[in-house]
Design a protein around this ligand. Structure first.
Ligand code: GLY
Length: 361
């Protein structure tokens, strides 16, 4: 039985989440006389036909296609899109639609909110990662000079439309990547979500509508309260300080891993650090680590790679007086931010990751 989408109108963004959300967005789209849609090569092929099928009365005036992948989130692609809009004389009252994963919503939001000082845009995320995280919260931007999200701005879409129908187009590895962020909400703020997921592999889950709605609402709760990441929004960085170093490490070796795979490893290390600092009980720590192991293979890291990982972390914006500030969990479902952690403890957490025995493999 299909459920009704969840609707939430906040001061700046209107959210439509759940099965049927796509069709329900028609009324809003009809307010615009001119609609431009941004897709990448994958979503052009797999998601644009779904969009057209469910919104047959919506005229799309222009489709802009970029190549797929994080490498495309750059200035050249932004210029390419601005150029298309300029040549087509797109005016400020047009609507820009981002149909895709995090790369499309990041660069599309950036281009839309800077073109002619800002045209309205709507995010239609098509990946689990986009639905649970990237499309919500107004972070837009591009990578620059090797740094992720170096140039960008906080700019909210007028609406975020999250319809799990697009998930049917996803490859296994993208499901897995998004699942890391979904688990994260359980750990940092939503014990009930954790218990829904506990003991399950993402491939065996069938209640995605419910899970996505829950994860998206968790994120909305946080960004509504702290849009500019001055405080509680930092909790979303749990697993990301060590995770980003692991992601960069593999990227620098031309062996990229998914964001979710890196963040899952980061969450194991940062759960271990949390357990040391906040004395979380051993059984709970083991339960969290086992759940992550059930869904992600262990990386082939060795102790001689630790210095490089530490160097990568030292370049992190959050280093203060030789110490890094982490977002950690005090207990299941409760996170805290700006916790200073000594580099010795970070090294020990990586040793723990490397030397532990994984039973589920
Ligand atoms: N992805 C983390 C945030 O939106 O703050």
């Amino acid at each position: 039985m299909s459920k009704s989408p969840f609707l939430l109108d906040t001061k700046s963004v209107s959210y439509v989440i759940g099965e049927g959300a796509l069709a329900l967005s028609e009324k809003r789209l009809k307010k615009y006389r001119r609609i431009i849609i941004l897709v990448d090569e994958n979503t052009e092929k797999h998601c644009l036909p779904v969009f057209r099928k469910h919104l047959p009365d919506i005229d799309i005036n222009q489709v802009v296609v970029i190549k797929s992948g994080e490498k495309q989130k750059n200035l050249d692609q932004s210029i390419y899109i601005w150029d298309k809009l300029t040549k087509q004389k797109v005016a400020r009252d047009a609507l820009f639609i981002n149909l895709g994963g995090g790369v499309v919503t990041d660069i599309g939001g950036f281009v839309a909110s800077t073109y002619k000082r800002g045209v309205s845009f709507i995010n239609y995320p098509t990946t689990l990662l986009g639905m649970a995280d990237a499309a919500i919260g107004g972070k837009t931007g591009i990578d620059f000079e090797g740094y992720k999200n170096q140039v960008g701005l906080f700019a909210n879409p007028v609406s975020v439309v999250i319809d799990p129908i697009f998930l049917h187009t996803l490859e296994d590895i993208q499901w897995q990547s998004g699942f890391a962020e979904v688990m994260k909400y359980g750990l940092i703020m939503d014990r009930d979500l954790w218990y829904i997921l506990a003991g399950k592999n993402y491939r065996d889950i069938d209640e995605w509508n419910n899970i996505i709605t829950r994860a998206a609402r968790d994120k909305i709760d946080i960004v509504q309260y702290d849009a500019l990441e001055k405080g509680i929004r930092k909790n979303l960085n749990f697993g990301h300080t060590i995770g980003h170093a692991i992601e960069s490490h593999y990227l620098n070796r031309d062996h990229p891993v998914t964001h979710g795979q890196a963040i899952a490893a980061g969450m194991i290390c940062e759960t271990w650090i949390s357990s040391r600092i906040f004395e979380m009980d051993c059984t709970r720590t083991q339960e969290i680590v086992s759940m992550i192991d059930l869904n992600f293979s262990k990386f082939d890291l060795t102790e001689d790679m630790i210095p490089e990982l530490i160097d990568l972390m030292r370049q992190d914006k959050k280093v203060r007086e030789g110490k890094l500030k982490f977002s950690l969990i005090r207990k299941l479902g409760k996170a805290t931010h700006d916790v200073e952690v000594d580099f010795d403890l970070i090294v020990d957490s990586l040793k723990y990751y490397i030397n532990r025995h994984v039973t589920s493999e």
